[in-house]
Design a protein around this ligand. Structure first.
Ligand code: UDX
Ligand code: UDX
Length: 449
């Protein structure tokens, strides 16, 4: 890179890398920083270290055009005007947020910035509980840089709302930008950068305090997770009523603009790296402020129970699961990703194992990650057909296209007995009428979907 990069992104995980690739794709010179040298080398070669649609092509292009570079040396951030912090914020064993990566990265950045001349803006993009930007981050940054926020340093909270599988698209076309800061210059510098990025298509901008910006991210994830637990609750009620399918209920209520049609797909419960972690952090944060958010505890409990309900449906078909061969189709927390973090499939498999079932699993992408977690506790199949071979029951856990396209005759031909639990509601029950087919949210003798 001959010219100085304009922005640095610290933490080349899923969020940081997609953010960096998006900046570079709009001609903004960007440098990605990570402590993991292997990852840095891969990025420098234009190779994506994680699976995300469009990311590979964008990285290759950006590196070739010298708009994106990467380094493990955080001092390169001083050559840029703005640094985004995108390191991970995992859970501690009690559910509270673990800020150790944020603290380390902030301290390292501050040390590097102590020698810099001129203004530098630091932007917290990682999900952090309210008060973190203006508390921990500000303190660590000021101490290590020996500078003051508001004069030589700027500080903003600027949460992201990227979804795995559509992260690049989400970064290029967000429905809003939320900027939290306590001083005018920080907010206006970041707004300027986003104006340059989005041009005439600047999304609605919400300018607020750092604490409010931080809470927006938690409120957003808590609302979405609660919407999923809500429809799963309705699904569990619908299952008890002859002739009722939760899909019809979701379709009808979704037409009410106050409710909206999205996030009303009943299933085995939400997974992924964010919902559970962020709800636990929010619950823990609130309880420390002497408020118990009963609603969010119920959202989480409903989600946890949903996995045992899936296994309950298998028991309804088979009776005891002891020594039964159960094919689990789909492992990733949603389709088109190899990510199994907090996936419902893992909860379901754990219940199945406890009940003495013999599990064989298939997933088009997530088997390597599952092997790392479950080792040889279960068997793995190369394709759906071989998973189904000789099985007493099949449980559909992820809505992959490869699984969706299976026909009733595939189950009939390969399984010992065609018992099917459709936890993702991907098949038309009418087409499975000759088989033992049950589904989340489907009342007895409902032949249509
Ligand atoms: C992001 C957010 O930042 C997190 O707060 C949000 O809740 C979810 O999305 P994610 O991109 O998934 O996290 O993080 P992760 O995949 O854990 O990657 C973090 C990266 O930061 C890793 O590559 C790690 O090597 C790097 N890192 C970590 C640093 O470069 N420096 C550190 O001090 C710590
Ligand atoms: C989520 C948020 O959507 C995103 O804004 C935030 O930045 C990170 O967390 P992600 O975890 O990638 O994104 O996945 P998402 O598409 O939101 O799905 C989460 C889980 O909910 C998946 O397991 C999915 O299968 C489940 N889900 C979603 C349902 O069960 N039903 C639905 O109707 C929608």
């Amino acid at each position: 890179m001959k010219q100085k990069p304009a922005v640095s992104v610290i933490g080349m995980g899923y969020v940081g890398l997609c953010t960096a690739a998006a900046f570079a794709s709009r001609g903004i010179r960007t440098i990605g920083i990570d402590i993991d040298e292997g990852r840095v080398e891969q990025i420098r070669r234009g190779k994506a270290p994680l699976h995300e649609p469009q990311l590979g092509t964008m990285l290759k292009h950006a590196v070739k055009k010298k708009l994106l570079d990467a380094s493990s040396d955080i001092s390169v951030a001083t050559n840029t005007n703005t640094s985004f912090l995108t390191v991970g914020t995992p859970s501690q064993p009690d559910g509270s947020i673990d800020l150790s990566y944020i603290k380390n990265a902030t301290e390292d950045l501050g040390n590097a910035l102590s020698d810099k001349r001129g203004y530098h803006l630091v932007v917290v993009k990682s999900t952090v509980v309210p008060g973190t930007t203006n508390g921990t981050v500000k303190r660590f940054l000021e101490q290590s840089s020996r500078k003051t926020i508001g004069s030589e340093l700027g500080l903003c909270a600027n949460p992201e709302f990227l979804k795995e599988g559509t992260a690049i698209d989400d970064a290029l076309h967000p429905d809003k930008i939320v900027i939290g800061s306590n001083d005018k210059r920080s907010a206006s510098e970041l707004t300027k950068l986003y104006r340059r990025f989005y041009g005439a298509k600047l999304p609605p901008l919400i300018l607020t305090s750092p604490e409010a910006a931080e809470l927006v991210k938690y409120a957003s994830n808590a609302f979405l997770a609660t919407k999923v637990s809500f429809i799963n609750t309705i699904a569990n009620i619908a299952e008890q009523i002859p002739g009722v399918d939760v899909g019809t209920i979701a379709e009808a209520i979704g037409l009410d603009p106050r409710i909206g049609p999205l996030f009303l797909k009943a299933g085995p419960g939400y997974g992924g790296s964010c919902f559970h972690k962020d709800l636990q952090a929010l619950i823990n944060y609130s309880q420390n402020k002497n408020y118990d958010p009963v609603l969010f505890r119920a959202t989480e409990e409903t989600n946890e129970q949903q996995a045992s309900r899936v296994v309950g449906l298998a028991e309804k078909l088979l009776g005891s699961l002891s020594s039964k061969r159960v094919a689990v189709l789909g492992l990733s927390f949603k389709k088109d990703t190899d990510d199994i973090r907090e996936a419902a499939s893992i909860r379901v498999i754990n219940h199945l194992k406890k009940k003495g079932a013999q599990v064989i699993a298939y997933d088009p992408m997530a088997i390597p990650n599952t092997k790392k977690k479950l080792l040889d506790q279960i068997d793995y199949a190369e394709n759906a057909h071989s998973a189904l071979k000789g099985a007493d029951c099949a449980i559909i856990m992820t809505e992959w296209e490869q699984i969706r396209k299976l026909k009733a005759k595939d189950f009939q031909a390969y399984m010992k007995t065609p018992n099917i639990v459709d936890a993702r509601r991907i098949y038309n029950p009418a087409e499975f009428s000759g088989l033992n087919y049950v589904s989340i949210g489907l009342g007895p003798s409902t032949g249509m979907r």
